[in-house]
Design a binder for this molecule. Structure first.
Ligand code: SF4
Length: 442
């Protein structure tokens, strides 16, 4: 089964999955397949899945049933499942529910052409073996759904932190870093193609470590090399782990103008009792010390986070500790979720998911309301300031406006000028909402 076949890829979950789908598109278009954004034109449909929360998996199941219904009009339609649900759900989705022809885990994408050939001979195909060294370093991703300004670059795969609620170590395997020279080359290639912002991706980028011919390239070293490609290329990264964020990294960011002044530092909870049960390997006090270091070394740096409400055994005091830490940090933004027990995690095997759903919902509501206040307060401090904004495209608000972000990753909307997407403009902030800065080009 080769050539002239259209592939359609639907991606769920994190930025890593978006980057993986771009790698899959590259592998298959280099094997004679064509990428289509129209599911009705597809001969092969891939769903790149996320397993981080139950509702993510429910959404995928619903889509797979819809795709199965498309077979009525297109009996030869091939349906494949990729990503973090692959290994654990292959039996249920393939044998029991007969929804799939092909299943491939996050480290098996190189084998997709052969797996598709196997399906072409009428046999189902499965490959969910995790690798200890696969990083797809030599694969140039095909940029999907891109604005031509920002792109993701995956610098490492896997994670070994084993936070007790997290599926990633079991779905993505051991931590491995990608060859630094291929990352610098990809950055240069993107700059020449007109991109002006990259986000370096990894589950825990701070533990990036590549053994070069004569030395170890650490994450701060890698940032220096990538920043040196061109001062007009902005560099962001995600995600950091508080136990590994060093002063060396902070000083590297402070020294380089094009290393963005925004750090995403997931805390998950403000309570030491919870941090211990979550196996996060730092205390509230450790975390606060890192926040102070960021504030001292990179004044004006934006800080965002992740928070889980209603984790196992969480008391009212634990919850209050989370709220008080949020206020103390004054986060610019946060991703906030209620705890969703996941199979094949330490928590599912050793702890009880004992906080009632309505209590989880109530606590999550309080956290979201507080963050809304904090984001608004943070944005209000921006009024009157002028920022260098990278123009990304037309604002959803009106055709006469553009939007872009400052180094602090805050979105600004302003009246169009001659400078278009991919160019920098200076914008004075004249008004705000909790999510957006409003301004005028100066
Ligand atoms: S650091 Fe923890 S939460 Fe993040 S991917 Fe690794 S195990 Fe999961």
């Amino acid at each position: 089964m080769k050539n002239n076949k259209n592939i359609y890829i639907e991606t769920y979950g994190c930025q890593m999955n978006i980057s993986d789908s771009e790698i899959v598109a590259s592998i298959l278009t280099n094997n004679g397949y064509h990428y289509t954004e129209d599911v009705l034109l597809a001969d092969i449909i891939f769903v790149n899945t996320c397993s981080i929360r139950e509702n993510a998996e429910d959404r995928v199941r619903k889509r797979l049933h819809y795709f199965k219904s498309l077979r009525k009009k297109n009996p030869g339609l091939v349906i494949g499942l990729l990503g973090c649900m692959a290994d654990r759900t292959k039996t249920a989705l393939m044998e029991e529910e007969q929804l799939l022809d092909l299943v491939a885990g996050p480290d098996s994408y190189r084998h997709l052409p052969q797996l598709l050939e196997q399906v072409g001979t009428g046999r189902r195909a499965i490959d969910t073996i995790l690798s200890v060294d696969e990083t797809y370093a030599d694969i140039t991703p095909v940029r999907l759904d891109s604005n031509g300004v920002s792109a993701f670059i995956s610098i490492m795969r896997g994670c070994e932190n084993y936070c007790s609620y997290c599926v990633v170590p079991s779905t993505r395997g051991q931590e491995r870093s990608r060859d630094a020279t291929t990352i610098v080359r990809e950055t240069r290639d993107l700059f020449e193609k007109g991109y002006r912002e990259i986000t370096l991706l990894g589950q825990n980028v701070n533990s990036y470590s590549w053994k070069d011919a004569d030395r170890i390239i650490s994450f701060p070293d890698l940032l220096e090399q990538v920043a040196a490609v061109n001062p007009l290329m902005r560099i962001r990264f995600a995600t950091s782990h508080p136990k590994d964020i060093s002063n060396d990294l902070l000083q590297t960011i402070a020294r380089n103008h094009n290393l963005c002044k925004a750090i995403h530092l997931p805390v998950q909870s403000g309570s030491n009792h919870m941090l211990d049960l979550m196996n996060r390997k730092y205390t509230r006090e450790d975390y606060m010390e890192r926040i102070e270091a960021i504030r001292n070394i990179i004044p004006g740096c934006a800080i965002s986070t992740d928070i889980i409400a209603g984790f196992c055994d969480e008391t009212v005091e634990d919850h209050r500790d989370t709220l008080s830490l949020m206020e103390w940090v004054g986060y610019d933004a946060a991703y906030m979720f209620k705890y969703s027990e996941r199979p094949q995690t330490l928590a599912a095997d050793t702890l009880a998911d004992n906080i009632p759903e309505e209590v989880k919902d109530g606590r999550l509501r309080e956290i979201i309301d507080l963050q809304q206040e904090l984001s608004l307060a943070s944005n209000k401090k921006e009024i009157g300031k002028t920022y260098e904004i990278l123009v990304e495209g037309k604002s959803k608000r009106s055709d006469s406006q553009y939007f872009g972000r400052n180094s602090q990753n805050k979105v600004a909307v302003f009246t169009k000028t001659l400078s278009g997407p991919g160019e920098y403009v200076m914008v004075r902030i004249t008004g705000v909402t909790s999510a957006t800065l409003l301004g005028e080009v100066v």
